[in-house]
Write a protein of this length. Structure first.
Length: 255
């Protein structure tokens, strides 16, 4: 084996050899590159030059490195959803409503410009389901489905991805309890009426009216959340909801 000190130490030379290696598919389809020691020996370059060349390829998005696990082909994958759990712990329902107030009126406006007749029928169906559901889980389910459908109809993949990220953060059990308390009594009927106004504006292709109606709806939702957040939860409410969630999970999984 060559003495490491006698191997070429030109970073440009190393970069050229690495590019040739990737283009020739000499890695036999493996997504993980060999260790630096093996890779340097395989293509006949010094370790120092190899590291510098790898930095260039990483900056170009052709590889990515994970400390302790190795170097991998392709661009760095998105961060796992576990980071959303950490983000959920660092935020609160009112901050989430601030974000919704920024993006969902814009989504409603775009939906009014792009909705097909089939899209409008689907939105009306979801609004009817939201209005007719009598239990907390159903209200949460259909309300979320209606808002997401509007985001889909808007036809913007990036805004839809942001919507989905916010929606995942909203799934915290305690937050669901707060939202259900905010839906109680006459407020739920107001939510239903506001949904219908948003959809009516979309159906009439009134973009600014759809945007305004969605903003009014979300502002009303935020106001309701603020009121319940400043009053204490009934004794046992969180525990009861948690038990209910666990029971449903056990039913679904047959345990």
């Amino acid at each position: 084996m060559d003495n490491p000190e006698s191997l070429p130490d030109s970073s440009n030379f190393a970069l050229g050899r690495l590019r040739a290696l990737l283009e020739e598919s000499s890695l036999d389809g493996e997504q993980r590159l060999p260790s630096e020691r093996l890779l340097a020996a395989q293509i006949g370059i010094g370790r120092r030059a190899l590291r510098r060349a790898l930095e260039v390829l990483e900056a170009e998005g052709r590889i990515w490195r994970h400390q302790g696990k190795g170097t991998f082909l392709g661009p760095r994958p998105p961060e796992p959803h576990a980071n959303l759990e950490e983000l959920s712990r660092r935020t609160n329902p009112l901050e989430v409503m601030d974000v919704r107030l920024e993006i969902e009126p814009a989504l409603a406006r775009l939906a009014a410009l792009r909705a097909s007749n089939g899209d409008i029928e689907r939105l009306m169906h979801l609004a009817d389901k939201t209005a007719s559901t009598s239990d907390a889980d159903g209200r949460e389910l259909w309300d979320s489905a209606l808002h997401r459908a509007i985001a889909e109809v808007a036809g913007n993949a990036l805004l839809l991805a942001i919507f989905d990220m916010v929606d995942r953060i909203r799934q915290d059990t305690t937050w669901r309890i707060l939202r259900e308390r905010a839906r109680s009594g006459a407020r739920q009927q107001i939510y239903v009426d506001q949904h219908r106004r948003v959809i009516a504006a979309i159906a009439q292709r009134e973009a600014h009216a759809a945007e305004r109606a969605m903003r009014e709806h979300l502002a009303f939702v935020r106001d309701g959340l603020l009121k319940v957040m400043t009053s204490p939860l009934p004794d046992g409410a969180i525990q009861e909801a948690t038990i209910s969630d666990n029971t449903e999970d056990q039913r679904l999984h047959g345990t």
